[in-house]
Design a protein around this ligand. Structure first.
Ligand code: ZN
Ligand code: ZN
Ligand code: ZN
Length: 252
């Protein structure tokens, strides 16, 4: 299995428009972050988690020519608003693309992007089929375990495929959901900034959570310019924890 980080930034991305801070002004490529998403390549299948506003750019940059299905975490714009870019893959693949998410996500997307789901039969519309999931399922031969978490009060999903677990925009996780992550080789989890935040884990909370889970390697994602410079934060993290950066590839 190969993981490619397509984006590792929070909702505004890094640099933030108009910001003069040292992170936004940094010349280190690892301090430039598109909105959060990953590509999972497993058994000749390409799975992406979320379709954020940078999906077009991310697909071009990483040479993605096929998407077998999409796993959605939640319906905030930084995770869904690139949904129209799935059209390019509809054109290439000549088929609908299946997306999975919880009830909240599916209802919200059908409402917010109603033009896609109203069967208007206009040839230029994205062809996306959404399915509600709340327990383990298999699609195109890939077994996926949804993991429920809370983003402030919003119910969101993370996903585990084999030894890889991806969670973003988490603030809290119940004990029985935590157990589903145990034994993963690689865990990706959000870490927004140093200061506390109402709906995201900050650095301290993300490290505390990681301590409770049996995993070999952890990558932090959904990072804000307020976390600090890549080099600086990377140097203070425990050995098994790293900051993710855009285009990073991890094999497992
Ligand atoms: Zn987000
Ligand atoms: Zn900044
Ligand atoms: Zn969010």
């Amino acid at each position: 299995m190969r993981i490619t980080f397509l984006g590792t930034g929070t909702s505004q991305g890094v640099p933030v428009i108009g910001c003069e801070c040292e992170v936004c002004k940094s010349v280190n490529k690892k301090d430039k972050r598109l909105r959060s998403s990953v590509l999972i390549e497993e058994d000749d299948k390409n799975i992406i988690i979320d379709t954020g506003p940078d999906l077009r750019q991310q697909s071009l940059k990483n040479n993605i020519c096929k998407i077998d299905f999409v796993l959605y975490t939640h319906a905030h714009r930084d995770h869904v608003s690139g949904i129209d870019e799935l059209r390019s893959f509809n054109f290439i693949q000549k088929e609908e693309i299946h997306g999975f998410g919880n009830k909240e996500l599916v209802n919200q997307l059908k409402n917010d992007y109603s033009y896609i789901f109203q069967n208007q039969n206009y040839p230029g519309l994205p062809k996306v089929d959404l399915e509600i999931v709340n327990k383990i399922f298999t699609y195109k031969g890939i077994e996926v375990i949804p993991i429920q978490a809370f983003h402030h009060k919003l119910k969101i999903l993370g996903y585990r495929i084999k030894d890889f677990t991806y969670l973003t925009d988490v603030k809290t996780l119940e004990e029985n959901e935590l157990k589903k992550i145990n034994g993963s080789k690689v865990l990706v989890i959000n870490c927004l900034q140093i200061k506390e935040h109402i709906s995201h884990l900050n650095l301290e909370e993300a490290l505390e959570l990681v301590d409770k889970i049996e995993v070999e390697k952890v990558y932090f994602t959904h990072i804000s310019h307020n976390l600090g410079l890549y080099d600086k934060i990377e140097s203070i993290l425990p050995r098994k924890v790293n900051l993710a950066y855009d285009t990073l590839k991890v094999e497992l």
